[in-house]
Design a protein around this ligand. Structure first.
Ligand code: GLA
Length: 780
């Protein structure tokens, strides 16, 4: 809800309030962002200007205590006495950079104001309201529009800024952030999610101290180095308590967020397009629109912020067709075959995948042109006739007849020098004339700022989708942007943003008319895991790292910002290709189940007992899929480093997971809370049965079997293909209130013997628990 009273704007969601007002001098003063309040006189929470602070510049001689440097603002100008970072740097028609925007007018509209070029949160007129405030520069004929869309049910406010040039001259924008606000610093810390290839989104925490924390990307993508989303939380906040703010951005290119503390202990927070290497020529009578930023607040800790973000993404970000739509269990051939496959080999894998409970078969890289390794073929779309003797349509039909849908991998933004496309259109590849371009994965980037390049991609991807009858697309992008230049541009520092606008145009034209195609985006894994991409594809290939122990960090990091329905997670073979780590199949399945489950391994090499385990995993997943993909996900405090406690809850059902990266000797007790259930209802909590593969135990098997077995002998080799031990079966009963306090689990193996009530976890062990009302327990 949005109200205005005497130039104070009150934005209210179910649990939060966001207030700002127009000052006597016309600037927008930020007043409050926190727990929900009744709209009222804001004087009590407003920053006080009753004395002049030394070493400041008075905005108006008649009111010397009013300085822009101490005023908490909504969107500061530049060069008028505010010496903090400005969100907007514009070269004006007169060649100066000074700007001073003051209030002109406002209006409120029902719903969302759509953007023709950029992604944004969608909502019906009854689900959101938008406040549009127009500011005008004191001197120049330019206006700045700030839009605030309030999504009350998900406690999210999205913001964006648009600059309008009404002058007769071209302006140059050097920096234009989507949103900025200033607030008192309550001993806050910044939580960011950064890493690199195969190690995306690790959670980092740093205190806000003097100076500025900058979180950004310059790779041309939102990047695996620094996710655009971040949290700012009280130092004392926990997963479930304390104040925390969440910020994210609908943008897939270079981004920049700043958290700056000033000498008055206020924080200035801003986010938007990265201003490094960015200059935008704003022609007379034209506008520049920023991407949308997303803000949320919770006084229920980091889980509170995550719950808001998760609901927002599931209900307002992903394409309407896939909101709350259960996603299929995928098999992807990449880690099994790489480029070395043909229709016969794939069909054999498809038959096995079907038998294991898979629903969608994905043909990854290598089906087209001369793409037999990663040095060639990108840019071409003709199906390789040696790999698919009867064409792709025929193969898809055959796999469909098995009862599986089919998906196909594309990397449309790229070209290899060894390709037909490059031979025909070398000028379509991004490079600076006279400078040798640098390659990434042996490939160049196509110039998506050019309409003819975009048309080529739209035509070819669309035709392939329509002709082959596939129902899923994996859209990959495997190198960073360098050598930024386009013959189509006069201002080369517009390249990065125009590339992203081009990408969005291509995605919109291909997928809007094909709403049934499930789009999974990817960029060497999670190099473009952002809200922008999610508006086109509801799930993202999270990481090329399929080792579940690495995935615990990666998936947990992403869970602060994104729901499980977006996190694509595959079970792969162990030892893992990325780490050489050997992990139990149960843990691979358990970690991938907290996401959109898939498989990516050579199914020919599975033992009968592994097949049985995988069949159980897919059956379990499908039975609980709505809960696992769309339930409310929460993290709990793990007592030891490397312990991960996750849960999803929906209505009266929950699944909790206990994961450990390493086991200490003689481990102390383990505690697993389950929250969100009805306090006085009685629930059962049962561990999901899973197999302990006996080859893991080597000589230790002598403790559980009276028969002496050589761990390397033939009997063991044969036995381990068919036999397994059951893991400990746990059963607990308690009210929702009791389970929330934390269930103390049975002991882990301590080197002192095995019985059926000992959890045999070791390094990399995990267990899932199903929680349901006690009255229903007999149904299972
Ligand atoms: C990237 C993707 C992988 C796979 C390969 C194919 O690395 O992240 O999943 O598709 O490309 O070349």
């Amino acid at each position: 809800m949005i109200e205005e009273k005497q130039h104070v704007f009150y934005l209210t969601t179910v649990h939060t309030s966001y207030w700002f007002r127009v000052t006597a001098h016309g600037q927008l003063e930020h007043l409050y962002f926190g727990p929900r309040q009744i709209p009222q006189d804001p004087a009590a929470v407003a920053f006080k200007h009753t004395a002049q602070l030394g070493s400041t510049v008075a905005y108006d001689e008649s009111d010397v205590s009013y300085s822009l440097d101490t005023l908490p603002q909504e969107y500061a100008g530049f060069g008028r006495g505010d010496f903090r970072d400005s969100p907007l740097i514009v070269k004006m028609a007169d060649g100066t950079y000074v700007s001073d925007f003051v209030y002109e007018k406002y209006r409120i509209v029902a719903g969302v104001v759509p953007s023709p070029t950029l992604p944004y949160g969608k909502a019906s007129a009854s689900e959101a309201d938008t406040l549009i405030v127009t500011l005008k520069d004191q001197v120049q004929d330019i206006t700045l529009t700030l839009e605030y869309t309030v999504f009350p049910a998900t406690d999210v406010i999205s913001r964006r800024a648009t600059l309008h040039n009404h002058t007769e001259q071209t302006l140059v924008i050097d920096k234009i952030m989507s949103a900025q606000w200033d607030m008192p610093n309550l001993d806050y810390q910044v939580h960011s999610f950064s890493g690199g290839w195969a190690s995306e989104a690790h959670h980092h925490v740093q205190p806000v101290e003097d100076g500025t924390i900058v979180l950004n990307s310059l790779t041309g993508a939102s990047s695996n180095r620094q996710n655009p989303g971040f949290l700012v939380g009280e130092k004392a906040a926990t997963e479930d308590t304390g104040w925390a703010y969440g910020v994210n951005l609908f943008y897939s290119g270079n981004h920049e967020s700043r958290i700056q503390r000033n000498n008055q202990d206020f924080l200035r927070i801003m986010t938007g397009i990265n201003s490094q290497g960015f200059h935008w020529q704003l022609a007379p009578n034209s506008d520049f629109e920023t991407p949308s930023a997303v803000l949320t607040f919770s006084d229920a800790g980091f889980n509170g912020v995550s719950h808001h973000f998760h609901q927002f993404v599931n209900n307002h970000v992903v394409p309407a067709h896939f909101q709350q739509r259960e996603r299929p269990v995928v098999y992807n051939n990449w880690e099994a075959t790489f480029f070395n496959f043909n229709d016969k080999k794939l069909f054999e894998l498809a038959k096995q995948a079907k038998d294991l409970g898979v629903e969608l078969f994905v043909i990854d890289d290598g089906w087209f042109g001369t793409r037999n390794d990663d040095t060639q073929g990108l840019g071409d779309y003709d199906v390789n006739p040696k790999k698919f003797r009867h064409g792709l349509r025929d193969f898809v039909t055959q796999v469909n007849a098995l009862g599986l849908q089919v998906g196909l991998w594309f990397e449309p933004e790229m070209v290899n020098e060894k390709s037909r496309l490059y031979a025909d259109h070398p000028d379509w590849a991004v490079r600076v004339p006279g400078r040798q371009p640098v390659l990434g994965r042996h490939q160049l980037v196509l110039d998506l700022t050019r309409p003819e390049v975009r048309d080529y991609i739209v035509d070819n991807v669309s035709r392939t989708i329509d002709e082959t009858g596939i129902s899923y697309v994996k859209w990959d992008m495997n190198r960073h942007l360098t050598d930024m230049y386009s013959a189509a541009l006069t201002e080369q520092a517009e390249f990065n943003h125009r590339y992203i606008l081009g990408l969005y145009d291509v995605l919109r034209r291909i997928f809007n008319p094909r709403p049934n195609i499930l789009l999974e985006t990817c960029s060497s894994g999670g190099n473009r895991f952002d809200l922008g991409m999610m508006t086109f594809g509801p799930q993202i290939w999270t990481s090329d790292d399929t080792d579940p122990i690495e995935r615990l960090d990666i998936q947990q990091g992403l869970s602060y910002l994104y729901p499980l329905s977006t996190i694509s997670a595959h079970v792969s073979s162990a030892p893992h290709q990325q780490t050489l780590r050997d992990t139990p199949l149960s843990t691979r399945g358990n970690v991938a189940s907290f996401g959109v489950l898939g498989y990516e391994m050579d199914l020919n090499l599975l033992t009968p007992i592994e097949r049985a385990e995988i069949r159980d995993q897919t059956e379990f997943y499908k039975k609980h899929r709505a809960l696992l993909q769309f339930g409310q996900f929460s993290r709990h405090f793990g007592r030891r480093p490397g312990q991960f406690l996750w849960q999803v809850q929906r209505g009266d059902q929950a699944i909790a997971g206990f994961f450990q990266q390493h086991v200490p000797a003689s481990p102390t007790y383990d505690r697993l809370p389950v929250t969100g259930l009805v306090a006085n209802t009685l629930y059962t909590m049962d561990s999901k049965p899973q197999r302990l593969m006996i080859d893991r135990f080597g000589e230790l098997l002598k403790h559980v079997t009276p028969v002496k077995l050589d761990p390397h002998g033939r009997i063991m080799t044969t036995a381990s293909r068919h036999l397994s031990l059951p893991d400990a079966q746990e059963h607990y009963v308690g009210t929702g209130a009791l389970l929330a306090t934390g269930v103390l689990l049975v002991n882990q193996f301590m080197g002192s013997g095995y019985n059926k009530q000992v959890r045999m976890l070791g390094d990399y062990g995990s267990t899932l628990y199903c929680i349901q009302p006690a009255a229903e327990a007999h149904d299972d």
